[in-house]
Write a protein that binds this ligand. Sequence first.
Ligand code: FES
Length: 122
Amino acid sequence: MPSYRDRPGAPAPGTRLCALDEIREPGARGFLFGEGTTRFDMFIVRQGDKVVGYVNECPHAFTPLETWADKFLTLAEDEIICSTHGALFRIEDGLCTSGPCTGKRLIPVPVAVKDGMVIISG
Ligand code: FES
C-alpha cells in the first residue's frame, strides 16, 4: 500500500486541519495543500467524534472523488462515493466494495481529534 507521505506536498504529522465542529456529522471535508507538482489533495470523514482521512484520489482512474466541494458521501451518508464512475468505499477503511475498482483501497491519511481540532496524526 502506498503511503500518503510519499506524495510531494503531504502535510507533516501534527498539521492542524480544522475544528471537529466545522464538519457536519456525518459529513466530509476536503483539504488542499500546495499547488502544481506539490499539490496534495485529501479529505476527512466525520462520524460522531471519529474521523478518518484519505488521499483524494480514486484508485480507478486516479481522479479526485468529488465533483462538488466536500461531497464525498452517498446520499445516505454511510459510504464514500466517487462521482466519476460511482465506485463506493467503506468509510472505516477505504475499501472499494462496488464499482470498477472493487477490492482496491483509498490511500489512508492518519488523522485524530486533539483538543477539538482535527490533526494529521502520523
Ligand atoms: S474514477 Fe472513481 S470510479 Fe472511476
